[in-house]
Design a protein around this ligand. Structure first.
Ligand code: T4K
Length: 373
């Protein structure tokens, strides 16, 4: 490739649309602390998700910390290590203990059939990840949570704009955290939100995200600063208008990958567990099985890099093997996650990735595996 191609590139609205709002922000000199664009963005998100409560935040990670703290959870939280550092860190930083459940080889989400064996008297919640935008088995997880009286908080960082069974993915569980980071299918530069059902918890998320301040003279909680600012909300409002174009662009690239990489023994694209899912094509994870192929995932990555294509190993290493958790003694064996993490490569995917580039990347992958066209 003549130009470098990275794993992603942010989608941007027409500059004039954003600048109109920026001019307005400039004039108002109201830059943050729940200004008019953050409030408008919140209303539009609520309508988009079909949720009564939705709190825009400064990023997905803080959104997750805020909701865990708002729920006043103290104890063990069942989650998976096949995720970004944020998920596990949010649990630990909120004073809870992660218990690691294995994932399903088919889509990388939590293996719902292995959850119950991990429940103890200390378990307070399940925190599954809709990894890459593949939905967890939401109905089964809800049934388990109900049976054992547990909260369900989804890490939906990758899942904006998705529907499952005809319903917004945000409606499942007690709460969902979305990331609006620049690298996501939908973004606000930096940003995120919590969508939730409970009024008291929503209020607490709001209070915690502003230092626990109740009024000019009263601070009731040990909060943080997790507020979104006006420039981010304006970007979100613009991007919301264009999200379907972004989705279509991503789908076109994704479909080429799917066709070009299908039928190669040892190469597998992950797939959603059910058909009634509207995807957002957030990531393009592909597994390369070294035993079958005779070349490793890392060989493929290196070959692509030699040709200016920069993929990522999302999510290797697993969070339960991070140095900072080596001595922690967190419970849970995750052999499937280990295998998937050792094979996965996320390929470049963004809304304006040229078709010719996708075909060329597929050729390079085949070249790396010694397949001649
Ligand atoms: N839960 C899950 C499951 C997550 O995946 C994440 C975040 C979170 C929670 C937490 O949400 P946030 O607090 O971040 O909202 C990136 C993102 O920073 C992170 O948001 C994301 N997951 C993670 C999977 O990927 P890096 O360190 O890999 O990003 P970086 O800077 O290396 O960017 C990747 C590529 O994207 C670059 O090679 C070039 C391109 N890029 C990046 C940026 C920032 C651009 O073209 N423009 C840009 O502005 O973490």
């Amino acid at each position: 490739m003549d130009e470098k191609i990275f794993v992603t590139k942010p989608s941007l609205p027409p500059m004039e649309e954003y600048m109109e709002m920026v001019k307005d922000i400039w004039k108002s000199r109201y830059l943050t602390n729940w200004g008019k664009y953050v409030r408008q963005f919140m209303e539009e998100l609520k309508a988009y998700f079909g949720m009564e409560y939705c709190m825009p935040m400064c990023n997905g990670h803080m959104a997750l910390e805020m909701v865990l703290q708002a729920m006043e959870l103290h104890g063990e939280i069942i989650t998976t290590p096949f995720t970004f550092a944020s998920t596990t860190h949010a649990i630990v930083r909120s004073g809870c203990t992660p218990v690691f459940c294995d994932i399903k080889e088919s889509d990388g989400t939590i293996d719902e059939e292995k959850i119950e064996a991990l429940i103890t008297e200390k378990t307070v919640a399940i925190l599954p990840v809709h990894v890459y935008g593949f939905p967890c088995n939401v109905e089964r997880i809800e049934a388990i949570a109900k049976k054992h009286g547990l909260k369900v908080i989804y890490d939906a960082a990758h899942a904006f704009g998705m529907t499952v069974g005809g319903k917004s993915i945000a409606t499942y569980g007690d709460a969902s955290m979305f990331s609006f980071h620049a690298t996501k299918a939908f973004h606000t530069i930096e940003g995120g939100c919590v969508a939730l059902h409970d009024k008291e918890e929503a209020l607490r998320v709001y209070q915690l995200s502003n230092f626990g301040i109740m009024n000019e003279e009263e601070v009731a909680f040990v909060g943080a600063n997790a507020k979104m600012n006006e420039f981010e909300a304006a970007m979100g409002l613009c991007n919301l208008k264009h999200f379907e174009e972004y989705r279509t662009g991503r789908k076109e690239a994704y479909d080429i990958y799917r066709t070009e990489l299908s039928g190669i023994p040892g190469v597998r694209m992950l797939t959603a567990y059910r058909e009634d899912v509207v995807s957002n094509y957030a990531y393009c994870p592909v597994l390369f099985d070294a035993q079958t192929l005779g070349v490793t995932r890392d060989d493929v990555k290196k070959h692509l890099e030699e040709h200016n294509v920069f993929t990522r190993k999302y999510f290797y290493p697993l969070t339960n093997s991070f140095d900072c958790y080596k001595e922690a003694g967190f419970q849970g064996k995750t052999p499937v996650a280990e295998r998937v993490a050792s094979q996965v490569l996320t390929l470049p995917l963004y809304s304006d990735l040229a078709e010719t580039d996708v075909f060329r990347i597929c050729e390079l992958i085949k070249e790396a595996m010694g397949i001649r066209r």
